[in-house]
Design a protein around this ligand. Sequence first.
Ligand SMILES: *[C@@H]1O[C@H](CO)[C@@H](O)[C@H](O)[C@H]1NC(C)=O
Ligand SMILES: *[C@@H]1O[C@H](CO)[C@@H](O)[C@H](O)[C@H]1NC(C)=O
Length: 626
Amino acid sequence: MKDVKQRHASLFLEVRCQDEAPRLPLHSSIVLFLLSYSECKSFKVHLVSDKIDSSLTLQGQLPEFLALQDVRPEELPMLVRGCRLPAVLDETGTLCRAGLAVVLRHIINKSVEAEPSKNDVRQLLGFKKTCLKACAEVSKWTRLCEIGIPSAVEEYLRNPNNQQHHPPLPAILTLEQRLSEPVKVHNDDKIRRQKLKQLRLNENNDSTKASMDSDAGDGLELKAALAKLSVAAAPTPTTRERYEIRKVKTNDLPLLEHVFAEGLYFTLTDVVLLPCIHQYLSFVRTHSASTLHRLPHLLRWYSHVQEVPGVLRAAKACKITLAVPENPLPLAAGPPVEGNLANPPEREEETTTQLPFVGGPRPTITKLKENGIEAAFAHHPCPEWTLPWDSLPDAMNPTEGKMSNIRTVRKRQQLNNLVAMVTQLAKPGFTVVDFCSGTGHVGIVLAHALPLCQVILIENKEESLIRAHSRSVELGLQNIGFIQANLDYFTGPFQIGVALHACGVATDMVMEHCIQAGAAFVISPCCYGFIQNAVKFTFPRSKKFQEALIYKEHMMLCRFADQTAPQLPPERRLIGKQCMGLVDLDRSWCAESHGYRVQVMTMEPETCSPKNNMLVGRPSVEDGPH
Ligand SMILES: *[C@@H]1O[C@H](CO)[C@@H](O)[C@H](O)[C@H]1NC(C)=O
Ligand SMILES: *[C@@H]1O[C@H](CO)[C@@H](O)[C@H](O)[C@H]1NC(C)=O
């Protein structure tokens, strides 16, 4: 897509304009803060702005060790132009990473690779390196930290009307609540025993009684957290605890308090929150000081982060003056907050709630039939079509590691179906996007089959996308680009969207994205059982289904739509296929309400996958590239 080989990866940050003056949005400030914290010089940093001299005007807020360059939006490389910022374009100019969490995690990766001794930077990714990895669509915690708090604070600072005695922002209260909960960290026994010892000591010492409040032992947690950041491993307690401490059962040990956002240890989440909370507290302190009384844990967090040496250094580099909280406010238990986050972040996985199946799907299918709704499959226009597999380069073949012969054959059959449909829809100059691209089976074959089109692969999982990228480099494909991002961060124009095995609501997200862009789509759904109401949409999707079914009944169809595995009795599979057809009929009617013509068909041969449905949608007005 871009032939010029860059020596450095390029990082692009947004600059907004307010009253004619350039201003850094919070997500740009957060990236600059992390670059400073990690002293990372691996990127050429660009400020994207309509104004030519943003870096000059903003000089007072920019770290001096970075040589920042101004770039206008229209000068951005094509891949970056299609993404919401922040974004990083790699040295080859063909792999773009977009979105706050993805970019921040990448900066940490690059900093550590450049200087492996940076333990305090490595630790930012947290236990198991999962900090902010789960994307905002599926993790409430990522959603709160990556999007909720930055955008709420940004909005609040932009429209600070009626600013006296403001209640805290709801997103901030959610964080305050989270910080008030006790934490559980991996292997925390030792620290909890030390805490018990300290509490006992304090109890036996009258002169410290006075200062005994819920804060006792807090210093211990902070010390443990800070030790984690130093180059040396955390010091293990030197003396063996006395017997009366050792004999206490784990369950009876005192709980640990939050020191940092994710629990005990300083992580990337704190880096994200710091510029946000700093700006918020500074504003509140001068305009609505009484609000601070409702945020004791947040204030304590704000003083804790200032104990981290790297934070002070980064704040100085970014010219942020951190305020010392006046006096540690007593930690009163605040009122319970709505929508608290029940799970600690490390373990968070919002799994599908299983609804009880009373009576199976038959009553629901009958009910739909009474309303004149039945699953129907469109005729496949080219059941025999196949790619010339034997003459394609090896790297184009879907032979994943130890993929068995039969799996390879089936994968090829699935690809035949998708590529046949896309080929029918495509015209020279079109951009085709492979959403959920994985390791690139679909996208790479498409780029080869459609040399006059641009193909973009989008995938959130870095390992998969890197594999796709290196396969493409091996093949020497020129009309292909790669984006690591949540699909929300892709905003570029395209004419055809493709997804093979888009799990659960991913199918609906891709369809919605295509409809917004006025693009045709070819989607093969998967994992119907994971379907549930999501942030952006509810089920059933279409008016006709909504009139016939309640949510629970529709979920019944989804659960049974997954029962199409070959080892099930034929009768069950038949019902499964019927349910699949109905769920996809509902989806297709939803798209038709936006002016689409949609066909639900069965891939050929139907044994190519138990999830063999394919949705092909065409916008009503088919025209060339926009
Ligand atoms: C950086 O990312 C690459 C690709 O995902 C990975 O293989 C590597 O281990 C990471 N390095 C560090 C230091 O985390
Ligand atoms: C009791 O507390 C005082 C003041 O904090 C301290 O100086 C002293 O060492 C403590 N005594 C014991 C036995 O911990």
